[in-house]
Design a protein around this ligand. Structure first.
Ligand SMILES: [Zn+2]
Length: 255
């Protein structure tokens, strides 16, 4: 398949801000985050909802998370190993298979050809129906890893669907049906979730124990971390007009 659909139609289409709800439950979902715990924050409830409906859930984490601490005494490689184990536990809670770790240096993520081809191989192996990642076009966001994560995943998605890229992989091209961008600049899609999905999302986030002080604002020995996280998540996820719970995305289906 070539990228022909990027041609004239791209220039003739007009941008609309239609709101949509709940894509068809995908056969295979691939979520790719910059750091361990980004996927849980961005789409954890949606992934666990789909997992319960039979979707095969794959997770990939681009960086090693070695800078996820305020403790100058913390050994960075030891932290990255701890964070891998935390991510494995969280993926199991969500109902996903064990994560793929791309092991780029936390804080120094770059869209290198080497990383792109590894992601192209992942796309062509997993063959996702739906891809979920960071929105690289989120305005005024300072964290470079989140921006570049979105860029590199979309670059890889485009190359994975086109046979003329990386024939040496000997893997057939693949074209997902939907791309869902979390922490999006323009949110136009809601995945409606139920309270138990949100509880599972909080349980998955709790697996990232190393992040309690630096990311969650919790003490390491916080006795009720899951409940505190759940309370905060529910505030963000409540749809103002319907009262339903949702995770919100930018949806792109012209792939
Ligand atoms: Zn992050």
């Amino acid at each position: 398949m070539s990228g022909q659909r990027d041609g004239l139609a791209t220039y003739l289409s007009t941008s609309t801000a239609n709101q949509s709800t709940n894509i068809e439950t995908p056969a295979v979902a691939l979520a790719i985050g910059a750091h361990p715990d980004d996927i849980e924050f961005g789409c954890g409830a949606t992934l666990t909802k789909w997992a319960q409906q039979g979707t095969e859930i794959h997770i990939a984490i681009l960086t090693d998370g070695r800078r996820g601490t305020w403790d100058r005494e913390q050994d960075q490689l030891a932290l990255s190993l701890s964070r891998q184990n935390e991510a494995k536990a969280a993926a199991a809670v969500l109902g996903a298979s064990s994560p793929t770790f791309l092991q780029q240096i936390d804080g120094e993520l770059r869209a290198t050809p080497n990383l792109i081809v590894r992601l192209v191989a992942l796309f062509r192996s997993v063959r996702p129906t739906v891809v979920l990642t960071h929105d690289p076009w989120k305005r005024y966001r300072l964290h470079p890893d989140h921006r570049i994560a979105g860029e590199v995943v979309i670059d890889a998605l485009v190359q994975a669907r086109d046979e003329s890229f990386w024939p040496e992989l000997s893997l057939p091209a693949t074209r997902p049906t939907s791309l869902l961008l979390f922490e999006a600049d323009v949110e136009d899609h809601s995945e409606i979730i139920e309270l138990p999905h949100m509880q599972t999302k909080a349980d998955a986030l709790v697996c990232h124990h190393s992040q309690y002080p630096s990311s969650y604002g919790l003490a390491l020995d916080s006795p009720n971390a899951a409940q505190e996280l759940l309370t905060r998540l529910l505030e963000v996820a409540s749809e103002s007009d319907s009262g339903l719970l949702a995770e919100r995305f930018k949806l792109i289906t012209d792939l």
